[in-house]
Ligand binder design. Structure first.
Ligand code: SF4
Ligand code: SF4
Length: 83
């Protein structure tokens, strides 16, 4: 019997000190999950919808975004707890 493959999960890491708030990554995110906060820094407003395309990482001129792949739920939880 075939088993369902779980979708990979991703986390979007933003180096806030490096982000200049140009909005390029916001424009290039096909899922529309990135936004600028009141400080003019990018954050992922809906990270669960990230499909890991890498556009944000590729197009950021300041290398302020990096993408991480979370393999399972406990790893995700550890990341959340570490914040
Ligand atoms: S990897 Fe793609 S879907 Fe995920 S936040 Fe970046 S641009 Fe959006
Ligand atoms: S492209 Fe880079 S510098 Fe511009 S808003 Fe996004 S993270 Fe910030």
């Amino acid at each position: 019997m075939a088993t369902a493959t779980k979708k990979p999960r991703y986390e979007v890491n933003v180096k806030k000190d490096w982000c200049k708030g140009c909005g390029i990554c916001v424009s290039f995110c096909p899922k529309g999950i990135l936004a600028l906060n009141e400080e003019g820094k990018v954050y992922a407003k809906d990270p669960e919808k990230c499909r890991g395309c890498g556009n944000c990482e590729i197009y950021c001129p300041d290398f302020a975004i990096s993408l991480g792949r979370l393999n399972n739920e406990s790893e995700r939880q550890n990341k959340v707890n570490a914040r």
